[in-house]
Design a protein around this ligand. Structure first.
Ligand SMILES: Nc1ncnc2c1ncn2[C@@H]1O[C@H](COP(=O)(O)OP(=O)(O)OP(=O)(O)O)[C@@H](O)[C@H]1O
Length: 623
């Protein structure tokens, strides 16, 4: 059976201490769709459907013959290990849908037929190995290919013409490719081709047919002169105005005097000029940039203009997966948050404007109001209110002290209820979006002074560049996106909420979020399983969570709701409505405190005394 096959597979690996828990006499690899063994993913029939053996320093041989005996195997990942030698003969695994070999030391040319016959293969990640030679023909011809990354190898030759219409993610960066980028790929982002000195054509620089050395020298001299001029003008203006920018270099307190003297005449909501002194953005906000001005998407806020914003003292709040966020104190005393997005270049001005206006019409106590935006083709700024009390992530994961205790249970319950209500509102107001939020995670839940949850970074998927979204947004880390079929579903945000619930209750950070970019395929299933499988002894709850007395039964209910939301199988996973209803039913204290507490206690004992089995988490929770 699958267990024996996996044990056979293990024998050809070395450094396999991480697989020491694989033991058929203790448990089979799968019980239903729940995995009992590290790195194994199971389908509903209890068969092994995926292997996710990542970050484990594994070496040795990948025994394809053994894998061939796992008839339901659809996805394998050996990302971030120490495998070397030629690419394994994966094409014998004809039913495979996803293949992740990123971050190993595989080397040499991949034979032309290296992927032939793989009719179902959708995702191929070979990045950061030592592959050489041209891309194999069979890879280019994979009929179902959606995502391919070969970044960080030494592949050479021309990039072939990938003809798949649905290709969504490509990454050829940091190789030795040369020549013109084929037309079929010209709509992809420039980052996908960066780091190949010999590449040209859209989206990179146009290819030059003849090279006249004199012309090149003349262009270089002209560019240097121009640059010197721009730098000189820039410094002169900066010295004259004494203004600074959104550059995160001054704290508000240092800047208050300047605020007091900021000329009110600028407050006309139009950009007059935009020297704002930031190094990387020095050229950014120019008058000739279609006369760009801040566009306010709601009427109930005091107006300010870009100039006010650029003059404001700014404090960096953090750098996320899209760009940096700043808190800016504008002269009027208002504090706003400015978030820079560089990965929104695929939508036009009108489409962007329309979507932002739609977001500006949203209004709910659990939603961070979008106030204004600024549009440039290469970069957008989204401006929203500043919320005082920091993110849920910072409350859960930063060090606690007597003066700064962890969030107690009643507060955590209030937070998750707020999250649920905010989501429910988004679902109601944005019926046409598959991902009404799309990026729900603890740093995007901000707490106000009453510890009420406020959701940020919502509904951005429609304006985000696809490949970037796929790599970084939380929704795309859900099982349906990261491992299986890229099925869009209105249940995906429910999964993100499930992860958030588990994080909220356990205080554990879902580690795979940290792996952005690298091992981007990784979903959080392993983490979810570890929460309940390895550490469930009744001590699963965050030790920093106070105020739990007589609330344990309700906490347990929330944990089970979290698990239901994280259900891999989309059909079985709750819809948002059901999840929200269950969360709304929760109370701070168990309804019949004493009685419920004893029943919870015996349940907890039961788990800890006999370990956890599939049935323990079959979620037949009686609410
Ligand atoms: N309106 C706001 N008020 C207060 N803090 C905010 C606000 N918006 C964002 N923050 C905080 O600023 C920090 C940086 O946020 P940012 O959104 O840039 O990155 P992130 O949430 O960590 O990642 P991502 O870019 O993937 O959303 C986070 O800690 C976030 O909680």
């Amino acid at each position: 059976d699958d267990g024996d096959v996996l044990l056979k597979f293990r024998t050809s690996l070395s450094n396999d201490a991480v697989l020491s828990g694989w033991n058929t006499s203790r448990s089979p690899p799968c019980t239903g769709n729940r995995a009992n063994w590290f790195g194994v993913m199971c389908d509903d029939s209890g068969a092994v459907a995926g292997l996710q053996l990542e970050d484990s320093s594994l070496r040795g041989l990948i025994d394809v013959d053994a894998l061939l005996q796992l008839p339901k195997l659809r996805s394998i990942s050996f990302a971030n290990n120490s495998f070397d030698g030629p690419m394994p003969q994966v094409n014998r695994l004809t039913a495979l849908k996803s293949l992740f070999l990123t971050d190993n030391r595989f080397s040499g040319e991949i034979p032309d037929g290296g992927f032939s016959g793989m009719k179902y293969l959708k995702k191929v990640y070979l990045g950061r190995n030592q592959f050489t030679g041209p891309l194999p023909d069979s890879l280019v011809k994979l009929p179902k290919l959606l995502e391919v990354s070969v970044a960080g190898n030494r592949f050479s030759g021309k990039i072939p013409n990938f003809k798949q219409r649905d290709l969504q993610v490509v990454d050829f960066s940091d190789n030795e490719f040369v020549g013109k980028i084929p037309k079929s790929l010209s709509k992809m982002g420039a980052n996908s081709f960066a780091g190949n000195v010999g590449l040209c054509g859209k989206p990179l620089q146009p290819c030059k047919s003849t090279r006249n050395p004199l012309l090149i020298i003349a262009i270089v001299i002209a560019a240097v002169v121009l640059l010197a001029g721009v730098v000189a003008v820039f410094f002169i203006l900066r010295a004259r105005r004494g203004t600074k920018s959104l550059k995160p270099q001054r704290l508000p307190s240092q800047n208050n005097k300047r605020h007091a003297s900021a000329p009110a005449a600028h407050r006309n909501n139009k950009v007059q000029s935009a020297d704002h002194g930031a190094d990387q953005a020095a050229h950014s906000y120019k008058k000739d940039d279609n006369g760009g001005s801040l566009v306010f998407v709601r009427d109930d806020r005091e107006r300010f203009d870009l100039q006010d914003l650029l003059r404001a003292s700014a404090e960096v709040l953090g750098s996320g997966s899209f760009g940096s966020s700043y808190k800016a104190n504008i002269a009027s005393g208002q504090a706003v948050v400015v978030k820079r997005f560089r990965q929104m270049s695929s939508v036009g001005r009108e489409e962007f404007h329309e979507h932002m206006s739609k977001l500006g019409r949203l209004s709910h106590p659990n939603l961070l109001p979008l106030v204004a935006f600024y549009y440039r083709r290469e970069e957008k700024l989204l401006i929203s209110d500043f919320v005082e009390n920091g993110s849920l992530a910072s409350h859960l994961h930063s060090n606690h002290s007597p003066g700064k205790p962890g969030l107690d249970w009643p507060t955590r319950l209030k937070v998750i209820k707020g999250v649920a209500r905010g989501l429910a509102y988004l679902y109601k107001e944005l019926p046409n979006l598959t991902l009404p939020h799309g990026h729900l995670k603890s740093s995007n839940v901000i707490l106000d002074r009453n510890f009420e949850a406020v959701l940020s970074d919502y509904a951005l998927a429609p304006v985000m560049n696809k490949d970037h979204a796929h790599q970084f947004m939380v929704a795309y880390k859900s099982p349906e996106f990261s491992q299986w079929d890229n099925t869009s579903s209105r249940k995906t945000d429910v999964w993100s909420m499930g992860i958030l619930i588990l994080e909220l209750l356990t205080g554990k950070f879902p580690a795979n979020y940290l792996k952005q970019g690298k091992g981007a395929n990784a979903d959080l299933a392993t983490w979810v399983n570890s929460v309940v499988r390895e550490e469930w002894t009744g001590e699963v709850f965050d030790k920093d969570m106070k105020g739990t007395r007589n609330g344990e039964g309700e906490m347990l209910k929330l944990l089970k709701i979290g698990m239901e939301c994280c259900e891999w199988n989309l059909e079985k996973r709750w819809g948002l409505k059901e999840a929200v209803e269950k969360i709304e039913e929760l109370k701070v204290r168990d309804s019949n405190a004493e009685e419920d507490f004893s029943s919870y206690a015996s349940e907890g004992d039961m788990y800890s005394s006999r370990g956890v089995s599939e049935d323990d988490f079959s979620f037949s929770v009686t609410h």
